[in-house]
Design a protein around this ligand. Structure first.
Ligand code: 13P
Length: 273
């Protein structure tokens, strides 16, 4: 089937108190692994691409692969630009077939974030794609967390018309030094004020019980990048080490890696459904 937008999968997920997993892919093997895992479970999935990969041909080559795989499948797949930096980047993603985009104004002032996200929503909706935006700030690594508030969430959604809202309730991007404790009370308050699907960035390393509580509060999309990509790289390194001085062609070396990444993705999708 053709690629779908967030509106085809996330409102229903929120209503049914489950989340659609959104995996950050970066190459053929990560795309194939995510696709095959979702296909095996007949589960909807979001394949997302970080904004840096739009700076060369990677994002459009990944789009071609994902469109081709989706056309031969009957699972709903959304293809999403993650952490879009500018309206130009959103337009470029839409032009190459991304069905959903994120504008990340989370480092701007609240008023500037509203203005940018409202314009991004207009551009996205005119093109028939969905928009995610972020309030508060989920940092990368050691940066400072800025928690989202229910009042800001309510005002932001009303003034921008975004389709999905990323909230900051205690996660960060990347590995944690110690497991996080999410502010579930805050997530609940936001979920009560805002009816659209909420998004949790920084899914790596968050304990499953915390994720389930976030889902019961209205989170319908959970982003996972570090855990998946780190597993991929570590397994490639292990396969290479196992070869010793013997050369193994790339496809043969990576086959067992793909199997392990698929198993990881299947387990993650099951745990969020
Ligand atoms: P992690 O790298 O912590 O899984 O976060 C992914 C993410 O939120 C991508 O936007």
């Amino acid at each position: 089937m053709p690629l779908v937008t967030f509106n085809d999968i996330l409102p229903q997920a929120r209503a049914e108190k489950r989340a659609v997993a959104a995996f950050n892919v970066a190459n053929l093997e990560t795309v194939l692994s995510v696709f095959k895992a979702a296909e095996a479970l007949k589960a909807p999935v979001i394949i997302q691409v970080y904004q840096r990969l739009f700076k060369d041909e990677r994002a459009s080559l990944i789009a071609a692969m994902v469109k081709r795989l989706a056309s031969e499948s009957d699972i709903p797949i959304a293809l999403h630009l993650d952490h879009g930096e500018s309206l130009e980047q959103l337009r470029a993603a839409i032009a190459i077939g991304y069905t959903s985009v994120m504008i990340d104004g989370s480092k701007l002032s609240f008023a500037e974030n509203i203005a940018l996200s409202a314009e991004a929503a207009r551009i996205s909706h005119d093109a028939g794609v969905t928009l995610e935006a972020e309030i508060g700030h989920v940092p990368f690594g050691d940066g400072a967390i800025e928690l989202s508030t229910a009042a800001e969430a309510e005002a932001f959604v009303a003034k921008t018309g975004v389709d999905a809202l990323a909230i900051s309730i205690g996660t960060v991007h990347g590995f944690y030094k110690q497991a996080p404790v999410l502010d579930i009370g805050r997530a609940r308050e936001i979920g009560e004020k805002v009816g659209i699907p909420l998004v949790l960035h920084g899914g790596t390393g968050v304990p499953e019980d915390q994720l389930r509580l976030a889902i019961s509060s209205g989170v319908a999309k959970i982003n996972i990048a570090t855990e998946l990509q780190s597993l991929f790289l570590k397994r490639v390194a292990a396969e290479l080490a196992a070869c010793g001085d013997t050369f193994k062609p790339v496809d043969l070396c990576i086959k067992p890696v793909e199997a392990d990444v698929q198993a990881y993705v299947r387990a993650k999708i099951r745990s969020l459904s």
